[in-house]
Design a protein around this ligand. Sequence first.
Ligand SMILES: Cc1cc2nc3c(=O)[nH]c(=O)nc-3n(C[C@H](O)[C@H](O)[C@H](O)COP(=O)(O)OP(=O)(O)OC[C@H]3O[C@@H](n4cnc5c(N)ncnc54)[C@H](O)[C@@H]3O)c2cc1C
Length: 528
Amino acid sequence: MLATLACIGALLRGSAVPAPTRVHQQRARVSASASPPVRDCLVVGSGVSGSVLAHYLHSSGADVLLTEARDVVGGNIISRTDGEFTWEEGPNSFQPTPTVMRTAYELGIADDLVFADPSLPPWVYFRGELYALPKNLPGDLINFNLLSWPGKIRAGLGAVGLLLQPPPEKEENIREFVTRHLGEETFLRIIDPFVSGVYAGDPNKLSMRAALKKIFRLQTLGFNGALVPGALVRFEEIAQEKKDNPPAPEWPTYKAGELGSFRKGLQTMPNAVAAELGDERVALGHKLRAVSRESDGTYTATFQTANGERVVRAKTVVSTAPAHAIADVLAEVVPEAKRLHDIYYPPVAAVTVAYPKEDFKNPDLPGFGSLNPRTEGVRTLGTIWSSSLFPGRAPPGYNLLLNYIGGSRDPQIAELTTEEIIAEVHKGCQQVLLKPNAPQPKVLGCRVWPTAIPQYEFGHLELLEELEQGEARAPGFYLGGNYRTGVAFGDCVQFGFDQAERVKAYLEETAASAGVAGAIVAPAATSP
Ligand SMILES: Cc1cc2nc3c(=O)[nH]c(=O)nc-3n(C[C@H](O)[C@H](O)[C@H](O)COP(=O)(O)OP(=O)(O)OC[C@H]3O[C@@H](n4cnc5c(N)ncnc54)[C@H](O)[C@@H]3O)c2cc1C
């Protein structure tokens, strides 16, 4: 079974390299005459999805405007530095993919990449002890005591297809799927905390085929519906995909199992996009309030800004704003977008604290973090050992910890005061990591995300199908972001790349049918 987990990790990391395509700026320019000018693409939301999309459009010659309701780019990526501490207040790291590496290279931030030592394991807190998840298989399994021997045997047999019940007629949630394949013990002690760590979600409500679709698919690949045979087939597929689309030699390289970030944190990437686009193509403090489709197929968007309303016209519009924030506005063009209100985003607090090393039971913290199963009475979902993960995150003598607390099964977190949240986090650190009587921490950040991560619950895929049908009736208008293409940083970067290709193809197509030479209007100096 743990081999399965290792396979699963590698599968989640592995992805095909998209075929590079570019539309170069040498194309004939089409002058923008009307006022306001008609942009090639209006991108709504400057999180990683919107930023990366804007980069790929801009670098291929499109006239793009990246708009953002807040006064900074990055969405829920917020990286902070104060003195010798550097910390994250949203996501903490990414699993490298060829597209993430390519994007870093193109933005000139490849030298800022940092990677965690892949041998650092995640730990699970269980019955008062921390257990490292095995990294070296099968050797580490002998001493892996988080699972009982019956639990290990059940998981192992299920993973290869013995003891495996056939799938039920109805859709399975994550708990049902994992329990059927690997047994209840593996679910409770490993997968449940993992799901809390990734989604801050409830495995009883998350749809397996929507939330963990790469793992769900494994059962369809092997010869007997089991995960290990499916994983072996998938590895072959990945190897073939890599062969067909090898990464360019100039892109940064990474090792399997590494987690990545940038020296000064993840916000380096959206910041680099904003610097590349320049002030004239990034409009901060612009909140989309209304959008309509004109008879000529272009779109008119109205933004609320500090200086009043601003109208922007564009041939294409891509929304990357969170579902709940944008449903009503998008519904003016795609009525099905009203359904976006049905996607649940639970609250999560990200709390970064530092303690002197001598206050830890193990001052070295040899891992990338610890997960707390919901059975163990620790309110914190998981703790990233930030100073063990990446260099330069804390001064010598301190360990820096990023704690996530709240989620679908603890939405009450949003009702606590900052002091109460910090007290809960400190209590959790005392239970899991610290010596008794460790002093209060140095608190670097406590940010509550009232609507943190979209939950891919039952019905999610059907909802996305409805959106797709609605989109088809509004050519050039796209609904995107992490509720659609996956919540991981790497998924959002991949969305940015793929969506740029879709927008470019649409612009090419419409220009061709209108008989215009050159599809993409080269970037022109236009005021924000
Ligand atoms: C606490 C937390 C921890 C996480 N940890 C990890 C992790 O460690 N690794 C990982 O891979 N993933 C992690 N994730 C998930 C990942 O960070 C997100 O899925 C990803 O950053 C989402 O990017 P996005 O661009 O799709 O959306 P967002 O970041 O939400 O960006 C959308 C943007 O749209 C803007 N907007 C909203 N309404 C409007 C409007 N009307 N007009 C204009 N703009 C608007 C918003 O202000 C926002 O800037 C985490 C997420 C959270 C919340």
